[in-house]
Design a protein. Structure first.
Length: 701
């Protein structure tokens, strides 16, 4: 019997967990009290996470397509076929005809290798990840305003905050461990919690200030709050003068956003708008926490910039109990943005379109800078290019676009149009239906590596058991790179060896891991970047003295509210907004196989305000059809009085949701507008259209 410590594979809180292992199997779970932030606490998903590791539906052998069947073969045959298809396409159509899509659950080491494989082995610029659906608006706005893309203030600083502002984040479902408790502390000490969300949820308490905002109007609200804070004389003039630029311009841009205008656009009572301005502007100890609500919109970047403008104006950054914090969603969504999983990035937060950054990375990789491709297409754009025949080969690693991407009919057409689809995943999924080759991936417990938590803390995951299918992802990527004719540099024994190379590559860069060692990560409970030398304690709190822009100053921005491309109207009068439920994670490809999680949330349920249900004639116990401009889904429904009457909510874990959502993108972040889809409802006695949790395909020999 041995004990192994690692971190939950699902959300970016990355709760620590200890497993007892015997005969290469996880036999028990124990509380890892010393783990950072969450001290061993787990939500129900974390409690059952290890059940995926030895699950009977795990892929135990590689599969290749023969006719309509996926057939088990030996690793060599599957890897040959995977590489041959990609090489054939590269030779015939050029390197840009292949693309790579991956997920936010990969360790930093795999992210790094996948980026290296795409750029050096395939030579394609088209690599992106599902963090594009999650953090790109927040990341882009943070880079514009502060010069870096990371949560600025550790969550434990909520213990020193007098006010917490939660914007479009359902903490009860998305961050159930530690964060709701920290908010309780704010209330207990006499502070206020301000919630800005069209929908209430369990973490909202009586006494909280809940602004039930009309979807798609976040920038207008925050512009109005900035104007009102200024009118009340609550601007932190010293901070604005000493540490920022662009305030006068940003303030001029909100001159017409009066409280009356906010009421008209955002549909929030005027007294709540004024109270919110007084509460937020009345203290320097305020932490803003923004989630996907304001971010997954065509104005995602603008919305976050408006939030940041308010935080900067009030001096809510750079010190104890202060922060404008993005809430990263996926396990390693943060690491994915740091290590080259995105089409515009090189490792360590370097830019692929910056000649100096390219030169550094090329030198450390031992290649000519001209070998590095330029900026490629983003996730949705890669799928669109596939449908048009411009991209013909796709390597997909732990991302399930057939559930997670918008406009699923269009995704289906894209996958059908591909000449060659290679999927690496521990399980079959709806996305493997069109795969030519499926390579069994490792689960979180079968590999060692690091992940970067919601706070920018790099933590270590130790390996508990051997990979079920006999090949670790690290070796799989190395074998694939060999077959693609890659130079040396993608072959490593262990995760810690990749980490050592990453440290060297990161030295002096914006995301500097060079002072972190494998042992320090365990001994010190993780380390926050930048950590430039082995005596450096890491940097949990950013921006105490200067921001990451070359002049050290933060930037205000002029913000105007972008309009939705398709607004609500008589035909489709309600806004569909989407999000998570606690028991499931992303496309459910892991959690929906775990009976305990399925029992808690077996299928998609539409939430509807009771007045809206009555107005649309919905019948208790009978499904509802939800119709957008693209499609109709039939689902169960439930009454939720905590929701705005003009808004309905559907969790995105099932295809019933994203087949309704159009692929409208923010012009900067290219994030899809998951939070605003005009729909209409109708009662129906028909059975729900989508009750399949996950496609379970039979594999044959
Ligand atoms: Fe923690 Fe998130 Fe895992 Fe739940 S899903 S145990 S909150 S890391």
């Amino acid at each position: 019997m041995s004990e192994v410590t690692t971190h939950c594979p699902y959300c970016a809180l990355n709760c620590g967990v200890r497993y007892e292992v015997a005969a290469d199997r996880i036999v028990d779970r124990a509380r890892w009290k010393e783990s950072p932030l969450t001290a061993g606490a787990l939500c129900s998903k974390g409690v059952t996470a290890h059940l995926q590791v030895h699950h009977q539906e795990r892929l135990a052998a590689p599969l290749v397509r023969r006719g309509s069947d996926l057939v088990e073969v030996e690793w060599d045959e599957a890897l040959d076929r995977a590489a041959d298809g990609l090489l054939r396409i590269r030779n015939r159509y050029g390197p840009g005809a292949n693309a790579v899509l991956s997920g936010g659950s990969l360790t930093n080491e795999k992210v790094y290798l996948v980026g290296k494989l795409a750029r050096l082995a395939l030579g394609t610029p088209h690599i992106d990840y599902n963090g594009r659906f999650c953090m790109t608006s927040a990341g882009a706005a943070n880079k514009l305003a502060f010069g870096a893309d990371r949560m600025m203030t550790p969550l434990a600083e909520l213990e020193r905050a007098e006010v917490a502002v939660v914007i479009g984040a359902n903490l009860s479902a998305a961050f159930p461990v530690a964060v709701p408790k920290l908010l309780e502390g704010v209330r207990r000490r006499g502070g206020r919690v301000v919630v800005i969300d069209p929908r209430g949820s369990r973490f909202v308490r009586p006494g909280d200030l809940h602004l039930r905002i009309r979807p798609g109007t976040d920038a207008t609200l925050f512009n109005g709050l900035l104007r009102e804070v200024d009118r009340r004389g609550l601007i932190d003039r010293g901070f604005v003068r000493d540490r920022t630029t662009g305030f006068a311009d940003a303030l001029a841009a909100v001159a017409n956003t009066t409280p009356e205008r906010v009421v008209e656009h955002c549909d929030i009572p005027i007294e709540l708008v004024r109270e919110a301005a007084a509460v937020i502007g009345g203290t320097r100890r305020c932490i803003h926490l923004h989630g996907r609500g304001p971010e997954q919109q065509v104005g995602g970047v603008a919305n976050v910039l408006a939030i940041i403008n308010l935080g900067l104006a009030c001096g809510h950054v750079g010190g104890p109990g202060r922060g404008v914090n993005m809430l990263t969603g996926q396990r390693n969504g943060q690491g994915g943005r740091e290590w080259g999983q995105r089409c515009d990035q090189l490792p360590a937060g370097r830019r692929i379109d910056d000649p100096a950054d390219r030169a550094v990375v090329a030198e450390r990789w031992g290649v000519d800078p001209d070998r590095l491709p330029g900026v490629g297409r983003t996730y949705v754009e890669i799928l669109d290019a596939a449908r048009r025949g411009e991209i013909r080969g796709l390597l997909s690693i732990c991302t399930n676009m057939s559930v997670s991407a918008p406009d699923l009919d269009r995704v289906e057409a894209s996958l059908v149009a591909l000449d060659h689809l290679v999927v690496i995943d521990p399980f079959l999924s709806p996305s493997t239906r069109h795969a030519d080759v499926v390579l069994p991936g490792t689960t979180f417990a079968e590999e060692e590596g690091t992940i970067t938590t919601i706070e920018g803390r790099v933590v270590r995951c130790d390996q508990a058991v051997s990979p079920l299918a006999g090949l670790a992802d690290l070796d799989l990527l190395g074998d694939l790179a060999d077959r693609l004719g890659a130079p040396d540099g993608l072959r490593f024994e262990r995760g810690r060896d990749v980490f050592d190379e990453m440290r060297r590559v990161s030295a002096g860069g914006p995301v500097d891991y060079s002072g972190m060692t494998w042992d320090r990560l365990r001994d010190e409970g993780g380390l926050c970047w930048p950590c430039p030398d082995e005596d450096h304690p890491g940097t949990p709190q950013l921006y105490t003295g200067r921001f990451a822009h070359p002049d050290g100053r933060a930037r205000f921005h002029r913000v105007t509210q972008p309009a939705p491309p398709e607004p609500v109207g008589p035909e489709r009068p309600l806004v569909l907004t989407t999000g998570r439920v606690l028991a499931q994670f992303l496309s459910g490809n892991q959690t929906m196989r775990i009976p305990e999680q399925q029992a808690l949330a077996p299928g998609p349920v539409l939430e509807v305000h009771p007045d809206t249900a009555a107005a649309f004639g919905l019948v208790d116990g009978e499904p509802v059809s939800v119709t957008s401009a693209l499609a109709t889904s039939t689902v169960e429904w439930t009454s939720n009085p905590e929701l705005r009457p003009d808004t309905v909510f559907l969790p995105y874990h099932w295809p019933a949701c994203n087949r309704l959502v159009a692929a409208h993108l923010d012009p900067i972040s290219r994030i899809p507008a998951f939070k605003y889809t005009p729909v209409t409802l109708a009662p129906t006695p028909a059975a729900p259209t989508d009750d399949r949790p996950v496609a379970k395909e039979v594999t044959t020999r």
